[in-house]
Ligand binder design. Structure first.
Ligand SMILES: Cc1cc2nc3c(=O)[nH]c(=O)nc-3n(C[C@H](O)[C@H](O)[C@H](O)COP(=O)(O)OP(=O)(O)OC[C@H]3O[C@@H](n4cnc5c(N)ncnc54)[C@H](O)[C@@H]3O)c2cc1C
Length: 468
């Protein structure tokens, strides 16, 4: 290890090889504060060539490496285990916007660019980079690609995978693969790009990407609808899509309990309705024509929903500040949960048409198994993605409840699989859900995944212990 670290210092200079406890601390604990790992060092390369040289050194000395972007991942993928044998490879210094092509509608960026930086660079050229999530001020494009992040605009623009045309990757052997093609059609054999997207750093280090850009909408408008049930939320989704087509860019479900939690923890946030309702849907519509067009579309659709009694009440934001206030309600749900205490998180996806039945069947099963537990159910309903989190019953300590984590997971995930869903919609597997993956994936699928890993990373140095 000494010789390896000396070599790293000669490549990067002392300032970019961190090995004191204090310097390494921010890189070793996950965002939710659930686990702190140990590392031999944190390496901070400043160029693609330095990344390649470092990975080559890791292969030569057989040192495991954990790629890290903004460290906002939620499944313990970006931090090392407790052995102290790995190094963290931080991509944060690779943060240049390399090129924007407004005709091809693409931007080529370094992997360490912060998502918000990429959004702003696109906007400065009059374009939209539509990936958007609450961690956008900290997460990086490399992390977004490696987790195939979803976020709030998937309904219209797709996951990060759909927003990427090309990649540059340092292989586990330390070679640079330049696949930075800005092509919308390229059928030249196996799609290597798609292998690295969502691989959570287990197959190589992403150093650059070509991302898709879209015309900037002329206007966006937000509304909050109150509804009797999740089944009505699905009826509203179909109605909105029929009326508004691809103008519907956001459709987020929030249960009454979620908004009560937010109101308790953040009393300064808006309270859009005088009375409580069982469910709420936050809607966003974008128009390439004008604000009036967006307002007309939304008002017609909401009017039809009220008439058919799909919706019991609705408020439409009439200013950007009001719109931001409504989005804050949605974005503060995870923060309110974190303030209220620990909970057991499930980031699941289901066929959209089965979501209401899933909730109707699974909520009583949880109540029967863990009486008094609190279900915090919200999410990107338009994408079939629910955050189906379970908090302790009143009076039960966090620790006592978390001791039931495996049992709670089994109730939820068995039901997810029975309804044809996935146990990880957008956060990935990391170390947190590795055993769950092994429990639910078929042997055929797991064996193909293991074969890919062994072929690309035969030494097993790339983020070991994650996914598989
Ligand atoms: C408040 C909050 C809200 C969130 N909302 C959403 C949401 O709506 N949708 C969603 O999908 N996620 C969400 N997340 C999760 C998280 O933000 C995403 O997973 C994000 O894409 C991670 O980016 P990052 O740069 O922080 O990656 P990190 O956390 O640093 O790493 C994540 C994984 O990617 C690997 N990795 C990172 N960079 C590279 C690279 N350059 N090459 C190879 N592997 C790499 C790491 O090894 C790790 O396995 C949220 C997180 C928070 C804290």
């Amino acid at each position: 290890m000494m010789e390896f670290l000396l070599h790293c210092r000669s490549l990067l200079g002392d300032a970019h090889v961190l090995d004191t406890e204090a310097d390494m601390a921010p890189f070793l604990t996950d965002w939710r504060g659930r686990f702190t790992g140990k590392a031999a060092a944190v390496l901070r390369p400043g160029s693609v060539e330095q990344v390649a040289a470092l990975v080559k050194a890791c292969a030569r000395w057989q040192v495991p490496l954990v790629p890290q972007g903004g460290n906002t991942g939620l499944v313990l993928g970006s931090i090392p285990d407790a052995s102290g044998s790995a190094v963290v490879l931080s991509l944060a210094r690779l943060n240049t916007i390399r090129q924007i092509d407004t005709v091809n509608r693409t931007m080529t960026v370094d992997a360490g660019c912060i998502l918000q930086q990429a959004q702003e660079a696109a906007a400065a050229e009059g374009c939209l980079f539509p990936l958007s999530l609450a961690a956008e001020g900290s997460c990086t494009i490399g992390g977004n690609l490696s987790t195939n992040a979803g976020g709030t605009a998937v309904l219209r623009y797709g996951n990060t995978r759909e927003l990427c045309l090309g990649l540059e990757v340092v292989t586990p052997q330390g070679e640079i693969w330049s696949g930075l093609r800005g092509l919308r059609k390229d059928n030249t054999g196996y799609d290597l790009r798609d292998l690295f997207i969502g691989a959570e750093g287990t197959l190589g280090v992403i150093t650059g990407a070509v991302l898709k850009l879209y015309p900037m909408p002329k206007a966006s408008i937000t509304a909050l609808a109150a509804l009797p049930s999740p089944a009505d939320a699905l009826r509203l989704l179909v109605l909105m899509q029929d009326h508004c087509g691809s103008s519907l860019t956001g459709f987020e479900l929030m249960s009454r309990y979620c908004l009560e939690l937010v109101a308790r923890q953040f009393p300064q946030l808006p309270k859009p309705f005088a009375d409580a309702h069982p469910q709420y849907v936050l809607l966003e519509l974008s128009s390439s024509e004008s604000e009036q067009h967006a307002v007309d579309l939304l008002e017609r659709a909401i009017g039809a929903a009220l008439e058919r009694e799909v919706v019991t009440d609705a408020v439409v934001a009439t200013s950007e500040a009001q719109s931001a206030g409504l989005w804050q309600l949605r974005e503060h749900i995870p923060l309110a949960q974190a303030k209220a205490g620990k909970n057991i998180k499930h980031d699941i996806s289901l066929p959209v048409s089965r979501i209401a039945d899933f909730i109707a069947v699974t909520a009583p099963r949880l109540e029967a198994a863990f009486p008094g537990c609190q279900l915090v159910c919200f999410g990107h309903l338009g994408d079939g993605n629910l955050h189906f989190n379970v908090a302790p019953p009143e009076g039960v300590s966090n620790e006592d409840f978390l001791a039931n984590q495996d049992k709670v997971n089994r109730v939820v995930h068995d039901s997810v699989v029975a309804f044809g869903g996935s146990i990880s919609a957008e956060h990935g597997i990391g170390a947190l859900k590795r055993d769950e993956l092994a429990h639910y994936k078929s042997a055929v699928e797991l064996n193909m995944m293991r074969a890919i890993k062994a072929a690309l990373d035969p030494l097993g140095i790339m983020n070991p212990g994650k996914i598989l």
